[in-house]
Design a protein. Structure first.
Length: 254
């Protein structure tokens, strides 16, 4: 309790609309391989920037589909951590919570958070490259161990074109409806918590700045300093899985 400024506990308890922005750091304690760590074995000969682009997929659909299936199989081996669970619990305690994530691992949803705004899409929601038809992935096919090799993408049931990973790639725009909802929440919340993001990649990194400009209180959770430090009202130096459960208990004891 004493590790948090009393004002922060007050802001949480009296907030009319809390916005939370998360990045890869919130999944770090679940052991999710970072974008670059996912290049092991067969994939180590590739540069991730080469694989995460529409051009790469058009040039070699099996190579890119295989890599994302490899990453999805890794993510399915991981579990949501105490940070994901604390954020899901926060939705119950505060009057209104908007959760915005840059992650594609689906761990917030698996921890029980409703209505997650996924700025960069999701590994679990592939769709057709041509007609956009969503594609249902087979439930974890335990009999089929993750191959970790190139795999031909499924064909769209509607038009037969390639199914592609549901992730926003370099050079692609963010889903407009998700971005608009995120920007609106950042502009109308009274408290924004930025958790586990280096705040380097735009447009996601603009959200805490929009909130700050509109007079919201800004709280950051990150073991390292980021470019957001000078703007934040409170910088909690530590990991999400350690700090968030304690912050919740301190604000709502018992
Ligand atoms: P990615 O890392 O290529 O991310 C694409 C998105 O990031 C696009 O919005 C793009 O505009 C932006 N972006 C990132 N770096 C950029 C750069 N240097 N220049 C321009 N735009 C850049 O895609 P990915 O690896 O397929 O993963 C999708 C997202 O998942 C990424 O944002 C990735 O960092 C993030 N990620 C999530 C987890 C997780 O789910 N826990 C872990 C690691 C990375
Ligand atoms: N708890 C909280 N924060 C953590 C933890 C942790 N356990 N571990 C690491 N961090 C912090 C790191 O200090 C870093 O600031 O999380 C941040 C992770 O930053 P990035 O790896 O850059 O991930 P992210 O901010 O999500 O990247 C933004 O860039 O790669 C692109 O589009 C991609 O979504 C991604 C975007």
């Amino acid at each position: 309790k004493d590790q948090f400024p009393p004002a922060l506990l007050d802001w949480l308890r009296t907030s009319k609309h809390l916005a939370i922005l998360t990045g890869a750091g919130v999944s770090q304690e679940s052991g999710i391989p970072t974008f670059r760590d996912a290049l092991s074995g067969f994939w180590s000969r590739f540069d991730p920037m080469q694989l995460a682009t529409p051009e790469a997929f058009d040039a070699d659909p099996s190579l890119v589909w295989g890599w994302y299936e490899w990453r999805r199989s890794q993510v399915l081996e991981c579990q949501p951590n105490a940070a994901h669970r604390a954020i899901a619990e926060l939705a119950v305690q505060v009057q209104r919570l908007t959760l915005i994530t840059q992650n594609v691992d689906g761990l917030h949803e698996r921890a029980g958070s409703p209505d997650v705004l996924c700025l960069h899409g999701s590994l679990h929601r592939p769709y057709c490259r041509a007609c956009g038809e969503p594609h249902r992935l087979p439930q974890r096919d335990a009999s089929r161990p993750p191959k970790g090799q190139p795999m031909p993408p499924p064909a769209c049931a509607s038009c037969g074109d390639h199914i592609r990973p549901g992730v926003v790639w370099f050079g692609e725009v963010l889903p407009a409806d998700i971005w608009t909802a995120s920007e609106k929440a950042a502009g109308s919340c009274d408290l924004l918590m930025s958790v586990g993001t280096s705040s380097l990649v735009y447009p996601a990194a603009a959200l805490p700045r929009i909130a700050h400009r509109k007079g919201a209180k800004l709280v950051q959770i990150n073991p390292e300093p980021t470019s957001l430090d000078p703007l934040a009202d409170v910088n909690l130096r530590g990991t999400a899985a350690q700090l968030l459960p304690h912050l919740l208990r301190a604000a709502w004891p018992g």
